[in-house]
Design a protein around this ligand. Structure first.
Ligand code: FAD
Ligand code: SIN
Length: 524
């Protein structure tokens, strides 16, 4: 099937791009599973933008660069932050019901921000944003939404009927998850908006589908990826044996919550950083990890019970209700929390127009490395990045539209040499193994020895998974396993290359910061 533009992913980045493109061209949006299945719908805290009279772009830029430990590209940071107020206006126009205080939007605070700067919809901002974007996309006659399509690999010159071997991207092969058939979707331009790779770790706040598919697809097609060692761990994921990945928003600390050692009751963050609970995320996550490991704890405590109960319930109605259902009343008792993987700072290298290395391929959102986050993302800067780059990619495609050729005929997906799997246990076993060793060897605190151990396991598993992939029909689980493994490889290779501790990459073998901040760029 041929379309004008294909957007892969229906989160904040994909839907923003689709809505902007649909003003002039026809857009097909493909999504694995449900349309609202990405991280966007799970976002809690909000979106960072300079909207307060006492705040400035310079402040937001500085906070972003400080959190990013200087690895950010200043040009990108300025580009995004200066467009933030406009992005919020567009969301308001789409009907996102941000909390307000009189005439103004209410601004909450999160770690690393020197001002109140986060617009939000209670403690469930992402859901409100996803709903507004989806409503607008559903109503647009130029947008076709196709959920239940797991994209496998990009279509390039290698797949043309008259083989050209060029890196030009013409669309994607996608598995129809209901019928099990693989379809070739072609277009003049393709936008990757597939989100992060958080599920490469055993503990993650991200939804199940965050398996780095877009990063792996772009890499296999020949695009460079950058800074994959910069995996962000959120300091406060709920510790609960049944509910594994429920986030407790950073805004709980922003509105006065304290971190306490459950054994001593000591408020320990001041021992680690003068900004205490509002230090950037890498510092707070390492402090929590260190308390837990030093004292052999299962968790630390996040306590906001000293605040007025109505204030707590008013600010965090969803978290309050969820915790009550688990027997925890956050207005009266502390919440047990642990660090968990949260955000993929690295990804497919893009420029300010969302262009990747490959002609015809654009990318936006968490699957990219745009230069905004550097070595550690500042809280609530990621939804913002999705809106700004979704729009930028669409604008560049429309501006160059006349120079994009129509896609040539391409070869259909070849299933002639595969059969149905009789050993699906391999998928489950390998998936569990990858996530365990990534957590234990490539986590918050790293060493070269542990990274080498992980690299060794990746080599062995890659041979096994590629053999399996070559013999059996694809399923979503198999596609995800292959991509998880690819991303694990990119993360470990990048981590082994960085001989310093900067931002999220902290290694006992190279504890010092090098004088110059240099991106880790991997070339396929
Ligand atoms: P996503 O929203 O993750 O969407 C990815 C899309 O790609 C999905 O539609 C998925 O189905 C599709 N997809 C993936 N693989 C394939 C494939 N192979 N084939 C077809 N489709 C595919 N950021 C903030 O700025 N503020 C916050 O308050 C905040 N809170 C967060 C809370 C949680 C619990 C989490 C996990 C993240 C939070 N973040 C927050 C981060 C932010 O939510 C994400 O970075 C952002 O939503 C990513 O948007 P995206 O459009 O890039 O990807
Ligand atoms: C949170 O609400 O703590 C998450 C914010 C973010 O990831 O930006």
């Amino acid at each position: 099937m041929t379309h004008d533009v294909i957007v892969i992913g229906s989160g904040a980045a994909g839907l923003t791009a689709a809505l902007a493109l649909a003003e002039r061209v026809r857009v097909l949006v493909l999504a694995k599973g449900d349309l609202a299945g990405g991280s966007t719908a799970w976002a809690q805290g909000g979106i960072a933008a300079v909207l307060d009279a006492g705040d400035t772009f310079e402040n937001h830029i500085r906070d972003t660069m400080v959190a990013g430990a200087g690895l950010n590209r200043l040009e990108t940071v300025e580009f995004v932050i200066e467009r933030a107020p406009h992005a919020i206006q567009r969301l308001v126009a789409l009907g996102v019901p941000f909390n307000s205080e009189g005439e103004n939007l209410h601004l909450t605070r999160e770690g690393g921000h020197s001002h109140r700067r986060i617009v939000h919809v209670n403690d469930a901002t992402g859901w409100a944003v996803e709903e507004a974007l989806l409503n607008a996309a559903r109503a647009h006659p130029n947008i076709t939404l196709l959920p239940g399509r797991a994209c496998i690999d990009l279509i390039t010159g290698r797949h043309e009927e008259r083989y050209s071997g060029s890196g030009r991207v013409w669309g994607v092969y996608a598995l129809d998850e209901a019928s099990g058939k693989v379809e070739a979707h072609t277009a003049r331009a393709t936008v990757l908006a597939t989100g992060g790779a958080g599920r490469v770790y055993q503990f993650s706040t991200a939804p199940r589908g965050a398996t780095g598919d877009g990063i792996a697809m772009a890499w296999r097609a020949g695009a460079r990826v950058s800074n994959m060692e910069m995996m962000q761990f959120h300091p406060t994921c709920l510790y609960n044996l049944d509910v594994k990945n429920f986030l407790i928003t950073e805004a709980v600390r922003g509105e006065g919550g304290h971190l306490l050692n459950p054994r001593t009751g000591h408020r320990y963050m001041l021992d680690y950083d003068e900004r205490a609970e509002l230090a950037p995320r890498d510092i707070v996550a390492r402090a929590n990890d260190s308390e837990i490991k030093r004292d052999g704890l299962d968790y630390v405590h996040l306590d906001i019970s000293h605040m007025d109960p109505d204030f707590v319930k008013g600010h965090f109605p969803n978290i309050h209700e969820k915790l009550l259902g688990l027997g925890i009343d956050m207005t009266r008792q502390p919440i047990p929390v642990v660090p968990a993987q949260h955000y993929t700072c690295g990804g497919v290298l893009i420029d300010l127009a969302g262009r990747t290395d490959l002609p015809g391929l654009y990318a936006a959102g968490e699957c990219t490395e745009s230069g905004l986050h550097g070595a550690n993302r500042l809280a609530s800067n990621s939804l913002l990045e999705c809106f700004v780059f979704g729009e930028a990619a669409a604008a560049d495609i429309l501006a160059r539209w006349d120079s994009f050729d129509a896609p040539p005929p391409v070869r259909p997906w070849d299933e002639s040499r595969v059969t149905d799997s009789d050993e699906e246990v391999i998928i489950k076993q390998n998936w569990t193994e990858i996530r365990r060793f990534m957590w234990n060897y490539v986590g918050i605190v790293r060493t070269t020895k542990r990274l080498e151990r992980a690299a060794h396991r990746i080599t062995m598993l890659t041979a096994e998974v590629e053999d399996y992939y070559g013999h059996f029909r694809v399923s979503t689980d198999l596609i995800e396993l292959r991509n998880l493994l690819q991303c694990a490889d990119l993360i470990v290779r990048s981590a082994l290359r960085r001989h310093e501790s900067r931002g999220l990459h902290y290694t006992l073998d190279y504890p010092a910061l090098l004088p110059e901040a240099v991106d880790t760029v991997l070339v396929p």
